[in-house]
Design a protein around this ligand. Sequence first.
Ligand code: SF4
Ligand code: SF4
Length: 116
Amino acid sequence: MNRREELGVLKERAHVIKARLHLLNKRIEEIQVRPRSPDFKAVVDLELCVACGICADQCPERAIVIDKTAHVDTRRCTGCGRCIEECPQGALSLCPEEKADRGKIIGIGAQARSFR
Ligand code: SF4
Ligand code: SF4
């Protein structure tokens, strides 16, 4: 591997580590200040979501659909937090049900950002 190739690999690894660190810090914050509860629903930050589908595969309630980005059906979401732990982009978070409901099922990312 030449220097240029190695640089590309290292940058890619740094990007993955940065995304994971962001996710971990968000999760720590959520555990500390927002305990897991059925009163909480997952919401998607549409600017961070890359539509990889990992969250939809992991959701036990099949509450997430992928259509260019992830979208959460708040009627199905139980606030278990599994999708948040799995998202490599840190694009998911939990918010109180009444705030998530206001965002409808599609396009709640903007509302998710305003909640932070
Ligand atoms: S896991 Fe994260 S990045 Fe992937 S589709 Fe779900 S919200 Fe988007
Ligand atoms: S919090 Fe749990 S139930 Fe809600 S969308 Fe995420 S994985 Fe599904």
